[in-house]
Write a protein that binds this ligand. Structure first.
Ligand code: ADP
Length: 239
C-alpha cells in the first residue's frame, strides 16, 4: 500500500497560495528530495504533512487512512517524524540521554528498552562515541546527527527533513544525505527532504526529485530527469 498520498492540497496565507494544488504519492523506503527556489512552498508542504497546518483544500492519506484533519501528535504516533527544523536538544543532558528521552516519549518504550534503542540509533548515525558528551558541547554537524537519532528513536515510517542549513560544510551535508538514503534502503524508512544547498550532489542521492515553483509541482521523477526538465532549468536552475 502507498505510504503517503497527497491529493490536490492547497494552503493559503491571506491571498497567497503557498501550496497550490499539490498531488503526490510516496512509497515505503522511498527517498524523495523536494527542491525549488526560496518561497516555492517546500516548508509549507512539510508542515501540511506533519499537521502543523491544515490544508484549505485537498486530502492527505497515510497508509490509506485520511489524516487531513489529524493533529500533529497523532500523526507522530502513526510514524511521521520531523527533524532539523529547530535543533533543540536538552543541552545539560548527554547525547545518550537526549535520545533516550525521545525513545521513551515518542517511541513509547520503557527505560531499559529505550536505552537499547538509543544506543542502536546512535551507532547507526555515527554518534555512539559521543554518547556521554553533553549535547550542549556538540558541533553543528553532531547536533544534526543527534536530531536524526532522536527522530529515529521513535521508529518512524516517514521522516520529514527540513533543509540542513548553516554551520555544515559540503562534506557533512552530503554525508547526511547518504545516511538518509541508507535508512531508506536498509530500513525501509521513507524520507522527504528539502534541499536548497548542495542541490545537485544531494538530489542525485534521492530516488526521486519533486521540483516546486510558486506552490506547484513543476517536475517529478528520477533526479537526472527532474533536474534537466526544460521548465525547471528555466525557472530555477537557469537563473
Ligand atoms: P520554501 O520552503 O520553499 O522557501 P515556504 O513554504 O516557506 O517556501 O513559503 C511559501 C510561501 O508562503 C512564501 O511566499 C512565504 O513567504 C509564504 N509563507 C510561508 N509561511 C507563511 C506564514 N506562516 N504566513 C504567511 N506567509 C507564509
Amino acid at each position: 500500500m502507498t505510504l503517503l498520498k497527497i491529493e490536490n492540497v492547497v494552503k493559503r496565507f491571506g491571498g497567497l497560495r503557498a501550496v497550490d494544488g499539490v498531488t503526490l504519492a510516496l512509497e515505503r523506503g522511498e527517498f524523495l528530495a523536494v527542491v525549488g527556489p526560496n518561497g516555492s512552498g517546500k516548508t509549507t508542504l512539510l508542515n501540511l504533512i506533519n499537521g502543523v497546518y491544515k490544508p484549505d483544500g485537498g486530502k492527505i492519506y497515510f497508509e490509506g487512512r485520511d489524516i487531513t484533519n489529524m493533529p500533529p501528535y497523532m500523526r507522530a504516533r502513526l510514524g511521521i517524524a520531523r527533524a532539523f527544523q529547530v535543533p533543540r536538544p536538552f543541552p545539560e543532558l548527554t547525547v545518550l540521554e537526549n535520545v533516550v528521552v525521545g525513545a521513551i516519549f515518542a517511541g513509547g518504550h520503557d527505560r531499559s528498552k529505550a536505552v537499547e534503542v538509543a544506543e542502536e540509533v546512535l551507532r547507526y548515525v555515527g554518534l555512539y562515541e559521543k554518547r556521554e558528551s553533553l549535547a550542549g558541547r556538540l558541533t553543528f554537524n553532531e547536533l544534526r546527527l543527534l536530531e536524526l537519532a532522536r527522530a529515529l528513536a521513535a521508529n518512524p515510517k516517514l521522516l520529514l527533513l527540513d533543509e540542513v542549513m548553516a554551520g555544515l560544510n559540503p562534506g557533512e551535508i552530503d554525508a547526511i544525505a547518504h545516511l538518509v538514503k541508507k535508512l531508506a534502503e536498509e530500513r525501509g524508512v521513507a524520507a522527504i527532504s528539502l534541499v536548497e544547498h548542495r542541490l545537485r550532489a544531494v538530489a542525485k542521492l534521492a530516488h526521486r526529485v519533486v521540483v516546486m515553483h510558486q506552490g506547484r509541482v513543476i517536475a517529478d521523477g528520477p533526479p537526472e530527469k527532474a533536474l534537466s526538465d526544460p521548465v525547471v532549468v528555466e525557472v530555477y536552475l537557469g537563473k
